[in-house]
Write a protein that binds this ligand. Structure first.
Ligand SMILES: NC(=O)c1ccc[n+]([C@@H]2O[C@H](COP(=O)([O-])OP(=O)(O)OC[C@H]3O[C@@H](n4cnc5c(N)ncnc54)[C@H](OP(=O)(O)O)[C@@H]3O)[C@@H](O)[C@H]2O)c1
Length: 343
């Protein structure tokens, strides 16, 4: 009989954690024991796993050893990973971390299974495998096959990112503000999760600004793309928060070393792993956040040549940020890691 694992989900009742629990069930992950963890605020509450209510335990430095955890999926914020991931590794677990904390550490692999699965083997260096930023994951899935075909040189992106990218309370903030709008009380609401009102607005700032005028979210797209693709690419992003609940969209312009044909690029993408091409302009068929809701694929459309340069194409990429951008990617890494243990 094949081995089953003791799995901990840290941040189990968060926006990403709940999706991880759902996906572990959907893919029939080989689980012996599932241990949901969160802060003392949530300990004793329950989460649903595989049709049953499972009690959340408090995240402590000793829980991984006590529960004999072998795989720990972290999504409870960077400071939580910084403090507790080493305890999980110490207890003998592999950590798959959704936060930004370890992503750019040179000894920690940063993995999107469709792009650089071979990097998972480097997990033994630190015991940790990092999951990239949500906007980066869906983009590199589409970039990789086109890079192989046309030698990618430069990527220019404008994102349209859903409120769930900032967690459950941020989604609630959008809903509350919309309700206040319909009650003619929107001006009474103090923004908390975002620097400005998000209802009926778009905000060209995600995370804090850095000294170069770009935000941390934008610089994550620059630095993580280079690390995952193993290639020094020119990447420039403008990350924008929009008043949707779920599903990040990206308008992407790609510049290649060779001339590129949009029809051929469409064919390449439609044959690529976990990519769905939706591109029939005459029927208004293209991906939107509503298309991607709850899905594990990345959707690409509006694929077209540049009007002026033969080595450039434009496209629109959409994925469910809580799934493809976080939970699905983490579980796919875990599945590949499990497969490697049998080799
Ligand atoms: N949302 C996305 O699209 C996305 C994508 C990629 C990566 N991420 C990353 O994943 C992490 C979680 O994001 P989220 O959207 O799921 O946030 P969220 O909805 O706010 O959930 C946060 C989770 O972390 C737990 N938590 C918070 N502080 C804790 C502590 N001190 N000890 C133990 N557990 C603690 C919370 O439990 P309590 O209820 O006990 O506080 C909750 O389960 C973040 O680092 C985020 O950057 C998010």
């Amino acid at each position: 009989m094949s081995k089953k694992y003791n799995v901990a989900v840290v941040g189990a009742n968060g926006a990403v954690g709940e999706e991880i629990l759902a996906i572990l069930t959907e893919v029939d992950f080989p689980i012996n024991k599932l241990v949901p963890l969160a802060s003392s605020r949530s300990a004793g509450k329950t989460v649903e796993f595989n049709g049953k209510e499972v009690v959340i335990k408090e995240l402590t430095h000793t829980v991984f050893k006590e529960e004999e955890i072998e795989i720990a999926l972290f999504s409870a914020g960077g400071s939580v990973s910084a403090e507790f991931a080493p305890a999980a590794v110490e207890a003998g677990a592999v950590v798959i971390d959704n936060t930004s904390h370890f992503r750019m550490d040179k000894n920690t692999p940063l993995v999107v299974p469709e792009v650089n699965p071979e990097d998972i083997a480097k997990w033994t260096d630190t015991g940790i495998i990092a999951n990239p930023n949500c906007s980066t994951i869906q983009m590199v899935q589409a970039l990789k096959p086109l890079d192989v075909a046309y030698d990618l040189k430069r990527v220019d992106i404008a994102t349209y990112q859903a409120t769930s990218g900032a967690g459950k309370t941020a989604m609630e903030e959008l809903v509350t503000q919309m309700q206040s709008f319909f009650a003619f009380k929107l001006d009474e609401i103090e923004p908390k999760a975002f620097p400005h009102q998000i209802a009926l607005n778009v905000i060209p700032q995600i995370d804090k600004f850095t000294d170069n005028g770009y935000t941390k979210e934008e610089m994550k797209m620059v630095n993580e793309t280079t690390k995952i693709m193993h290639k020094q690419l020119e990447v420039s992003a403008t990350c924008v928060r929009v008043p949707t609940l779920r599903g990040h969209a990206e308008a992407v312009t790609l510049t290649f070393g060779r001339d590129v044909d949009a029809a051929e690029a469409r064919n390449i993408l439609s044959r690529s792993e976990n990519i769905v091409v939706l591109d029939e302009p005459s029927q208004s068929l293209y991906p939107m956040p509503a298309t991607a809701f709850g899905r594990n694929e990345t959707f690409v459309g509006r694929i077209r040549n540049d009007n002026f340069r033969k080595n450039m194409i434009h496209m629109f990429i959409v994925a469910d940020n809580l799934r493809v951008g976080a939970a699905t990617n983490a579980v796919r890494i875990a599945q590949k890691w499990v497969a490697m243990q049998g080799e």
